[in-house]
Design a protein around this ligand. Structure first.
Ligand code: AWU
Length: 465
């Protein structure tokens, strides 16, 4: 209770400026707004355009635009991770922490200050801001409960944890987690590994995760049937039950995401001409970078599989250190008719929902995992970094995924990958049945009376307390 016992319910929602983090938290903000919560979303100017679709559909949502704090390690004018390289992720997190004072100034002068804060788990410092304002703060985790359980263990026990010099295959055990999972060192959170190698921002990041652990609660874009053991583990570890699983999150109503309408129309028309379940959709999210050798192997596999495919190729952002692989010479001509290459922002949710799509070759970003499960397609996993290895493991254990490749440096064998691709859309894999089963569970969770729908209502009740 915030002490005033009032029924005011003004939630300040603060997403981390990275597509995979902003998209689900803005969906949650929309759901909170529909349940009567007054919502203000905090962004910096460069990220305001991302709210366009949300604000057109939920005009009651307000925005707080604060200038992006300059940082010596970031190019001026860049405010979103999609325009940064992986080693600029930590400085992005650090730069945003300088919004503490401007945020406090606003909250202390606005006529209707927030009485609740929901902020991304990369913004753990907002715990201190909330404490100074005397309001509860809930941490939003855009990934799963398994991953967060591993992260809590790592950051809390950092001094005794795996030694960076131990080598890539050094097994790191998590005996306190359900199933006592063991992860090779290379599979642990890239933030953690980078800090263990002595990154100067290490203490800042660790402090942020420890602040999350002391937050008033956690809200996840996941669902009970997928992660019950890890959600219960977190409730026991945190010593309270304010751990809400409200996923799979999607925009209320039509479930499509912002995207280029021309690309979308083209992709839908192309898919309409394909028989049901025969297309494999390939996309590695908004951050992952395939190098030329990986792109060539993937292209060879798609070509040799003989299968239909939609391949979303990420174009190299200006200034990126890595020259992303482009489709090989003549590839599109040789696969014309059964393959569609999309350069730019693909309408992923619409593509996955199309009946022609039967499989999804994914890097296992959490949102892609949720969207793939909701679509009920076979998942071919190629985890690259961050939480993606934990997510790939969860999906294989759930029976809906097949390991297609692994790691940011590995290059798949084109013939082996071609075989896996052909099988995944040939209706010959047992994972297809499991995918349909888990899809039903996901849809039940978010339906009225489902576990995620109940948790959302419980979170709203907590906000109104
Ligand atoms: P997703 O989580 O799938 O991938 P990233 O963008 O890599 O997000 C964290 O954020 C993940 O857990 C991390 O592993 C890291 C990151 N999309 C689209 O609509 N069109 C495109 O062309 C490409 C992407 C959408 C997609 C999804 C999101 C990507 C939370 O992966 O539908 O919603 O962008 O998020």
């Amino acid at each position: 209770d915030k002490g005033d016992g009032g029924l005011a319910a003004h939630a300040l929602v603060f997403p981390f400026p990275s597509q995979g983090h902003m998209i689900p938290l803005l969906d949650l903000a929309h759901h909170l707004s529909l349940q009567g919560v007054s919502v203000t979303v905090l962004v910096t100017p460069g990220n305001l355009p991302i709210l366009r679709r949300l604000l057109s559909r939920a005009p009651a949502i307000k925005t707080l635009v604060l200038p992006f704090p300059p940082h010596p390690s970031l190019p001026a004018g860049v405010e979103n991770s999609k325009d940064l390289t992986a080693d600029q992720f930590l400085p992005l997190m650090h730069a945003l922490s300088f919004l503490h004072e401007p945020f406090l100034r606003w909250a202390r002068t606005t006529p209707s200050p927030p009485d609740f804060i929901v902020s991304d788990f990369f913004l753990g410092w907002t715990q201190r801001t909330a404490a100074e304002l005397g309001v509860p703060r809930v941490a939003f985790c855009p990934s799963g409960a398994l991953f967060l359980s591993v992260v809590h263990d790592l950051w809390r026990e950092m001094p005794q944890r795996g030694d960076a010099a131990a080598g890539e295959d050094f097994p790191v055990e998590f005996p306190s987690l359900p199933g006592s999972p063991v992860f090779p060192w290379r599979h642990l959170s890239s933030l953690y590994r980078r800090c263990r190698e002595g990154n100067p921002l290490c203490e800042f990041v660790r402090e942020g995760f420890l602040q999350n652990i002391s937050s008033w609660g956690y809200v996840f874009n996941t669902f009970m049937d997928l992660e019950a053991p890890y959600l219960d583990h977190l409730r026991a570890e945190l010593g309270h039950r304010r751990v809400w699983a409200v996923g799979p999150l999607a925009p209320p109503g039509d479930g499509d995401r912002d995207g280029d309408s021309v690309l979308s129309a083209g992709a839908m028309a192309w898919l309409d001409a394909c028989p049901a379940g025969t297309v494999v959709y390939v996309c590695f999210g908004s951050q992952a970078e395939l190098n030329p050798a990986q792109t060539a192997a993937l292209a060879a596999a798609l070509e040799r599989s003989g299968s239909r495919f939609v391949w979303c190729l990420r174009v190299t952002p200006a200034g990126s250190a890595v020259a992303y692989g482009g489709a090989p010479e003549g590839f599109e001509e040789r696969t014309a008719g059964r393959g569609l290459v999309i350069r730019g922002w693909a309408p992923q949710v619409a593509i996955l929902a199309h009946p022609a799509v039967g499989a999804f070759l994914t890097h296992c970003g959490w949102n892609s995992a949720m969207e793939g499960i909701t679509a009920g397609v076979v998942l071919l996993t190629w985890p690259m970094s961050a939480d993606q290895f934990a997510t790939a493991r969860l999906l294989v254990e759930a029976g809906v995924a097949v390991g297609a490749c692994e790691g940011p440096d590995s290059v798949p064998d084109p013939d082996e990958l071609a075989r896996v691709i052909a099988e995944s859309v040939g209706g010959r894999r047992s994972e297809a049945a499991e995918s349909v089963r888990l899809r039903k569970k996901a849809l039940q969770a978010v339906a009225e009376g489902g576990s995620s729908s109940d948790d959302l209502r419980d979170l709203v009740t907590a906000i109104f307390q």
